[in-house]
Design a protein around this ligand. Sequence first.
Ligand SMILES: [Cu+2]
Length: 226
Amino acid sequence: MRVGVKLVLVAAVVVAAGVMIGFYVSNLTTLAGSPAYSLPVQNVNGHPVVNLEIQTVAAVGPQLSRNPDWVSYLVRNTSGQWKRETVWSLPANATVHVTIYNFDGASGLRNPFLARPQGMAGNRIMVDGKPTDAVDPNEASHTFAVPALGIILAIPGVADDAKDQCGYAPCPMSNAHRTIKFTFHTTTPGHFRWQCFVPCAAGWIDGFGGPMQTIGYMDGFLNVKA
Ligand SMILES: [Cu+2]
């Protein structure tokens, strides 16, 4: 084959691969896999306040997903039901009180720097009622991070030998869990990605496939609206 023909073929393959990767990424980074949930907003002296309740689970279960063994985040709606919806609509310039109930064991952080909570009020979190400004990196199950807002925190896991561990989600509060609380503030309107940075997707290459890269499990968005 002539060199010119080879070059044209290589260029065509590179362009086709680029277009396919583009479609793949745009599909993953839009609302694929998760409907949006608008959190109820309270008005406290003219200031919007939102309570966000989340649970993190080792296995999402057949009731909530056709991938029952995938690790996941769930949100509690106003009727008290846990939903696999990770795109959350919030008002701008609001105070957001977050409670995370973690029912999953530890996977550990690859980057111990992420063990120091940052970007929330006071740069600290409450872990089982205790104020904490550094989590043991080996204890982390997941992180909740909103890179564009500078928010990152590690979620400590349930001990391996804990009793009454959750099988499939939604997990009842009677199952072993850790409780993490913190407050952050939204500012300008925008579409902000949030995600877990712990390679927690068991059975996938380096723990980063499947639920780690699919909106509706370990990733989502904050739709901050004016
Ligand atoms: Cu995770």
